[in-house]
Ligand binder design. Structure first.
Ligand SMILES: [Zn+2]
Length: 226
């Protein structure tokens, strides 16, 4: 928590420095600072719906999943994902983008298909109601893995890849990603453990969150309480 307080203090100092310069550039400095936090530290969970004007705040870019389908993802998130992917390849782990940005309509369709395949209980455990999914932000990435030339994205098969995911979770914060739904934090996040679901929050916040072994909810609590 000390680091969070320090970060808030430093941000306050930076803001006051910008304001005290008293020229038109100062305003730009303030708004850029505010929007970075507003975007990359946005909290979307079962209690926090996606901000209504969200899609105007971010830039979505396109990439592909291993099956050649187009996926959309927030621009900075993709840049950092590509770096994480390269770093992991050097360690023999080949992660790819599976499910990334999802519109509210796509979440409705996903819920229906999961309900047919796995049942309602499974949906409640693993899926968010439309509007409450972190995937609407473009900052959340479900990864899949290449194994023997084939992409694996089956949830049970991925849960069995404990060694590979350990490497992913260890390196991810260095590139600004956190394991969003860790084991043992189900009551705080509202979700069962999902080793494949990474969330981009920026390098500084990701480092802090990983160092302290906390969730995004816990990290944002002192900020939200202000
Ligand atoms: Zn996910």
């Amino acid at each position: 928590m000390k680091k969070v307080i320090l970060a808030v203090l430093m941000a306050a100092l930076l803001l006051s420095a910008c304001r005290s310069s008293g020229n038109s550039g100062a305003e730009r400095c303030v708004s850029e600072d505010a929007s970075y936090e507003e975007i990359y530290l946005v909290l979307v969970n079962k209690d926090h719906i996606l901000p209504g004007d969200w899609i105007q705040k971010i830039e979505l870019v396109s990439d592909q999943d291993p099956w050649g389908n187009e996926v959309k993802i927030e621009k900075e998130t993709l840049e950092h994902f590509n770096e994480l992917q390269s770093a992991l390849q050097e360690e023999g782990v080949d992660i790819r983008l599976d499910s990334v940005y999802r519109s509210v309509d796509e979440q409705v369709a996903l819920w229906k298909s999961f309900e047919e395949e796995y049942g309602e209980d499974y949906c409640e455990k693993y899926l968010a109601a439309p509007g409450y999914s972190e995937h609407h932000t473009g900052l959340a990435v479900d990864v899949c893995m290449m194994k023997d030339g084939e992409a694996v994205n089956d949830n049970d098969a991925m849960l069995a890849e404990t060694k590979l995911f350990k490497k992913v979770h260890k390196l991810a914060p260095k590139y600004g990603f956190i394991l969003r739904y860790p084991e043992g934090k189900e009551k705080i996040t509202g979700y069962a453990y999902e080793p494949w679901h990474l969330r981009y929050v920026g390098v500084e916040a990701a480092d802090d969150i990983a160092d302290q072994g906390i969730t995004l909810e816990e990290y944002l609590e002192p900020i939200n309480a202000e």
